[in-house]
Ligand binder design. Sequence first.
Ligand code: SAM
Ligand code: DTB
Ligand code: SF4
Length: 342
Amino acid sequence: MTHAVSFHSATRIAIPDASATWPVEEVLALFELPFNDLMFQAQQVHRAHFPDGDVELATLLSIKTGGCEEDCGYCPQAARYDTGVEAKKILELDQVLEAAREARASGATRFCMGAAWRSPKDRDMDKVEAMVRGVKALGLETCATLGMLEEGQADRLKDAGLDYYNHNLDTAPEFYDNVISTREYQDRLDTLGRVRNAGLKVCCGGIVGMGESRQQRAGLIAQLANLNPYPESVPVNHLVQVEGTPLHGLDPLDPLEFVRTIAVARITMPKARVRLSAGRRQMGEAVQAMCFLAGANSIFYGDKLLTTGNPEAEDDRAMLAKLGLKTHASTLTEAQKERCGG
Ligand code: SAM
Ligand code: DTB
Ligand code: SF4
């Protein structure tokens, strides 16, 4: 065991500290626990690090849709696949701010701006920086996902007031070439390094259900958990199969395997926000409820992800109420609420 562990007083469950390193075999061993033992352990770790039942609501906006030059096999926005997604120009600042105001009024505390780029061009950076400044001024936490960043670009985003940069590893290194050929795994790690060096918080996760093995799911989680420090925020996406993409038509993943992935992410990255991300519409409430039990504490909130559907906000509010979960906004202190504009 390479982890420094502390013990949760009531149950003597080992809780790894923030600097633990995770060999893939140990991550795989977690995946292979009896389901109830895994869930119990994940719930212990979760409660040791987060207030009970707190779920963050993050709204996603596609600020630049479609026409992307990359070949990510899951992605409806890659120009080379015939998916019916139309390439559009970058949104205007006021369109973004309008969406951010609506998100805030519906109860979101975090606003994520996504662009279908391999990497941002310099002329795009000015526009994105203005968006980040404007969204931040509304009191929302800001997140952007714009592709690979070059030297200096992460610093510019940090200066504009960006809180998180989302850049996913997507899968295990040994499965990666089955999914993407237009950029390397190392390119992703390099961007994550620049994001870290700029002092931004890292939002980094991946996709499950792309035909990878359990060992490879463990490989992805080990990669994430062994980043030093591990990401503050870990989106776990369930592949949304889109007609026209190479990954359309795969056998669906066993939903319990998805729940296990969430639990293993929670145990190996105890202080991270584990984000139950793409695929919720296809999942149903019972599987989502198990994901919350397994340690997920953030969702994308609003009826659209980037190009595909997400549950209606009203249905999500009803689901959270039914499960007795609280939104992050309702658990913020009065001082924090003041900073977030109420
Ligand atoms: N273009 C930028 C990039 O790829 O870094 C940012 C946007 S990209 C759409 C952000 C992430 O969305 C991808 O890394 C992938 O993890 C996720 N994603 C894209 N299409 C998906 C799908 N069909 N199902 C699940 N997740 C998906
Ligand atoms: C992340 O990991 N998942 C979100 C966000 N980061 C940008 C994106 C999911 C996209 C799902 C497919 C679509 O709607 O185009
Ligand atoms: Fe482009 Fe990002 Fe989609 Fe890959 S995931 S094709 S980089 S938009």
